[in-house]
Write a protein of this length. Structure first.
Length: 223
């Protein structure tokens, strides 16, 4: 399956789950709004989005998806969190375990890795054509209720408490075009990999992200 089609398939599942649990109106369903934003960033056609929402809200029986999280370690002890959306828990667990085992890693017990990450809201605003200093943006971020601002020549990166994410996103969206806006897991510490272990780790990451059941992969590798 071409990579873009696989991404769209994963997003359709997430949209379906969000709409099924909270309704098909993104104005009253923050989870659906976030997935729709992600779909927009991935250039997913509106027809695909609408189709997934209609499936979820039609009342007809569809696949029974469940959310599952796997925790493990990659080469060099890099912490890895894998979030999956699956209609077959045994298949997904086997595929994830094989990806770890064949690429220098291993799965851990529940809770073995999760505590090393913090749940955060993440918003990115590209600086191109934006005449705003770091101090001015920091003032905006604090006014919006954000926690932290990281700046590079290309982008402003804003972090929020998860419960404040929607409010901060909506505030900033009124003034800026957001390149990215999502809830994420941020590692408390990072691990530097070099040489063969780094190459092996990226192969593990590729295998996990290519799995059609895997929604997100978070790691503690140092960028």
């Amino acid at each position: 399956m071409p990579k873009k089609a696989k991404v769209f398939q994963k997003l359709s599942r997430e949209i379906y789950m969000a709409a099924k649990s909270g309704g098909g109106d993104p104005d009253t369903n923050p989870s659906l709004r976030m997935v729709m934003d992600k779909a927009k960033s991935a250039n997913m056609p509106n027809d695909n989005v609408d189709r997934a929402i209609k499936k979820a809200t039609s009342g007809l029986e569809e696949a029974n998806y469940e959310e599952v999280t796997y925790e493990g370690y990659g080469p060099g002890g890099v912490a890895v969190l894998v979030e999956a959306l699956t209609d077959n828990r045994n298949r997904t667990a086997t595929d994830v375990r094989v990806a770890f085992d064949r690429n220098g890693g291993h799965l851990g017990e529940t809770g073995s890795v999760n505590y090393m990450f913090d749940r955060k809201g993440y918003i990115a605003i590209e600086r191109e054509n934006l005449s705003l200093s770091e101090d001015d943006m920091l003032e905006k971020v604090l006014e919006a209720g954000g926690e932290d601002l990281l700046t590079s020549p290309e982008v402003f990166e804003i972090y929020t408490a998860p419960e404040d994410f929607t409010e901060v996103r909506d505030f900033l969206e009124n003034e800026f075009t957001l390149a990215q806006a999502e809830l994420t897991m941020v590692p408390q510490t990072t691990t530097l990999l070099e040489g063969k272990k780094k190459e092996q780790f990226h192969h593990l990451l590729e295998k996990l992200e290519d799995d059609e059941d895997v929604s997100e992969v978070y790691t503690s590798i140092e960028a």
